[in-house]
Design a binder for this molecule. Structure first.
Ligand code: HEM
Length: 166
């Protein structure tokens, strides 16, 4: 049941947003299609391996940027089990902490003035991603309870999008 709920809605939601963004940005769609047609010239033989689908740089950027702007899981909740200092803030034991994934992924202080833009190439530009870490870009969560289906989801998402876009 967990796999059904955690694995179905999230990936279908991400794919829908990717298609919406591609429809809004035909230039991105063209660049993606160019990469796909080059990698898989004969669509009737489209059956990529894990390595092949993950070697596509622009596709990877489109996926990362979609998950940044429209994180399917918008927030996570944790309860700290011990008293803790976070910088100079004291967090007492048993405090419920919300981790706002979607907000972190749209903070101008991290992503700069183009934060609201759908710009897959930001992932190729170190000056636009220099402040990005696993703790402010985390569509699959972070730490030991992060998404167990991460790699499966990314492969599924990439294959679906490639099939539709090529
Ligand atoms: C784009 C697709 C997906 C996204 C964005 C996503 C995101 C996440 C996030 C953020 C968490 C942590 C939630 C929390 O701790 O409150 C999580 C946990 C989890 N995900 Fe995913 N997920 C995706 C796809 C999948 C798939 C395909 C599966 C399985 C087939 C899956 C199975 C799980 C499971 C079992 C957990 C709980 C792990 C644990 O508590 O140790 N997810 N996911």
């Amino acid at each position: 049941m967990t796999f059904l709920f955690a694995g179905h809605e999230t990936t279908s939601n991400a794919t829908s947003w990717a298609l919406y963004l591609l429809a809004q940005h035909p230039n991105v769609q063209d660049l993606l299609r160019d990469e796909l047609v080059k990698a898989f010239p004969d669509k009737s033989k489209f059956n990529p391996t894990f390595e092949e689908i993950n070697s596509l740089e622009y596709l990877n950027c489109v996926i990362k940027e979609t998950l940044r702007l429209y994180a399917p899981v918008t927030a996570m909740r944790r309860t700290n089990i011990n008293d803790k200092m976070l910088g100079d803030i004291f967090i007492p034991k048993n405090t419920v902490i919300d981790i706002p994934i979607a907000t972190l992924q749209r903070l101008p202080s991290i992503w700069g003035p183009t934060v609201e833009d759908f710009d897959p190439t930001r992932w190729l530009n170190p000056s636009l991603t220099e402040n990005v870490t696993n703790y402010n870009y985390m569509p699959f969560g972070a730490g030991i309870r992060s998404c167990i289906g991460n790699k499966l989801a990314l492969s599924e998402f990439k294959i679906l999008l490639s099939w539709i876009s090529s």
